[in-house]
Design a protein around this ligand. Sequence first.
Ligand code: FAD
Length: 776
Amino acid sequence: MLAFRTAVFKKVVLWQSVCSLTHTEICSMPCEVQPRFLVLYGSQKGQAQSIAEGIVEEAQDHGLVAELSCLNQTEKFNLEKENAPVVFIVSTTGDGEPPDNALQFVKHMKMKTLSTDHYKHLRYTLLALGDTNYANFCNCGKTIERRLQELGAEQFYKTGYADDGVGLEVVVDPWLEGVWKAIKEALSKMASHRIALLKEDAGSSSKETPDSYTPDVQLNLLSLSDQQDCHIVRASADTDSKYATADSSPASATQTAISDLSCDPTAGIPVSVPQTVATANASISALDTQTEYAGDPQAASLSRSLPPLSESSLNVPALPPPYLDVSLQDVDTVEQNIGRLNNESLIEVPIHRAVQLTRGESVKTAVLLELDISAHPEMFFEPGDSFDVFCPNRATEVEAMLHRLGLQDKRNHHVHVSLKKETKKKGAQVPSYIPQNISLLYLFTWCLEIRSVPKKAFLRALVEHTGDSVQRRRLQELCSKQGAADYNLHVRDLSLSVLELLTVFPSCSPPLRLLIEHLPKLQPRPYSAASSRLKHPGKLHFVFNVVEFPACYGRPAGKRGLCTGWLFDLINRGLVFPGKAECSDSLALPTIHVSLRSNCSFRPPSDSSVPFIMIGPGTGVAPFIGFLQQREKERQEKPEAVFGETWLFFGCRHRDRDYLFREELEGFLCSGVLNHLKVCFSRDEPEQEEEQVTASAARPRYVQHILLRNGRYVTDILLKQSGYLYVCGDAKNMAKDVNDTLLEIIKAELRVDQLEAMKTLAGLREEKRYLQDIWG
Ligand code: FAD
């Protein structure tokens, strides 16, 4: 007992001494004496993980030690016994589900057998990531938080709910800014609480404890101050040539010009690098002459900043520590086949037919592809399922990237990627999606999403490889807190790729390693099945819109979406038009690689007598074609069965240009497979008779408008007949507008307030009778 208490007291004394140390001393203290906290993340696409890793990396600068774990790595942490503050960073996926790597944890937390004081000892804060375009915003974060509270845990810092729909950083940045002070205060409180307990204990057994061991808990109790932050440094653009001294005092660290600073990756502390920085405004013109600029030469652009930003001090993120070693090896044999992706469920199928569904100007081109899956019984899909299409990066962009990196002569060299010894990055791993012994060409063609929009951490890392001081300053601005609006406007909202960005920053020469560390995995693109196996045995249909990105600064010519542009190029020669004789070239259509993703809930009701409503404008109609083909076959096979009413709400721009599946839908209506087909056209002038009807009411343009007009039927089907409602298509606007309209309908028809209407809709979701399959 005595030995234990002695050890504890020693630690308390060491903790106290932390407070009186200088910034440098704190940063160089051995880990054992630095206060610790726990960071737990649940992440589907890596965003929550990367924020969690950022916190862990920054912890050292605050004189703290952070332990990082994924929520499912329960062997690495034990919340039941945790006595340090816990920071949760969790995203939400699908229809409000936890990310795959948090599923087990959430399931465990939800266990009804846990008592209300199960987490009484826990002090936590939580950052939830979500997207308001989707249902159940931040649902996983909210669920974890609710359970923590129900089980007695105490929050030490307000929860952040970050919305990817408007930009995560709007919430994430200020949340991160405030979290350090909160962690330190929580540590301090928890320490004093423990010390108080110890004192009590010591008092009650004073005979056993020598006085010299009793700490003076009133003195310097863990008041690690904010001034010890060393990663956030202030920048002043109008500072002339600087040779910043590597002054370790907190005050000077916070005042040093960022243009002249880089973080020593081994130390994680800003150090000075000699560099001449001309004033921001004087240098802008120099940068603009290096790149073609078609816009207003006086306006801010990707390369040009204007006051106040160009004159502002900047808070930039900490430099992400390098964690990979990459080398190239000259070899004889080269493997470029997709097969190296090692995806067991990947199958190669021929495209049997390609039909353009739209015609004319000012509509998005929509194409139907028919795949021949007759040789693959494992592709057993149901209406409502979707499947992944694996597409390569565009050859021209891969070549441009190799040239930009100066590696065009090494395209066939093998790439060896290994973990950097003694990397400072916590939990660093070689990316699992990079197979062994692949060529450089293969790496850029099949493994990395070279079109991905560079995140701020990537921009921060690029600064270190940029020679020109003005370009460095602009990159710093774009990743800084002060430059958030410019980042959104010139990078994020334009979906600018790294390659496009690099053309505007010609003095930036990143090493291959940096690209591998920062570019995400090239993801396959999912598409909804648009047919039923019963109607088209051995075939699988899907429909896609060819995505178009307009030209902008940094992108002199417009471009097509990666997968849809690739598919469109593949089938271009064999493309047929509805009503026209099929082209003989259609036999020459190529094969593509796909993999089935089943969706167990987005299915027609299992009881055929239950009515259902489908809302699917544009390509969102795809799964409903499958639903209706299936229903058609079922009606033929079981004429005596009872079939509930079916409704379809469809919308597009023009009746004669992009009314997808018009003949087939009208055929379903005639045969009674579909009972109600409600269609609207957003860009057509109203027809004469329609004009009179709608003279007093606003003309319906979008699906939500025609839904509103049929509100009574909608509530009747959903609330009286226990029917189903399905929404498919654009997540950004349509799904949200439909949701809002449903609330309006419920309010009006049931005469209830907003809260009641929301509860009703939530109930329908819970019962899986209001289902969404949305994207965008
Ligand atoms: P990328 O190069 O990846 O660029 C996509 C980016 O372009 C997006 O980030 C977005 O910001 C922007 N964008 C602009 N217009 C669109 C648009 N119309 N669709 C998507 N992104 C757009 N798409 C279909 O066309 N038909 C389907 O049946 C279909 N089913 C899907 C089912 C699921 C479960 C999911 C998650 C998505 C589905 N999608 C469908 C979307 C599809 O997976 C691709 O995202 C889309 O085809 C664009 O891919 P891309 O590689 O051409 O574009």
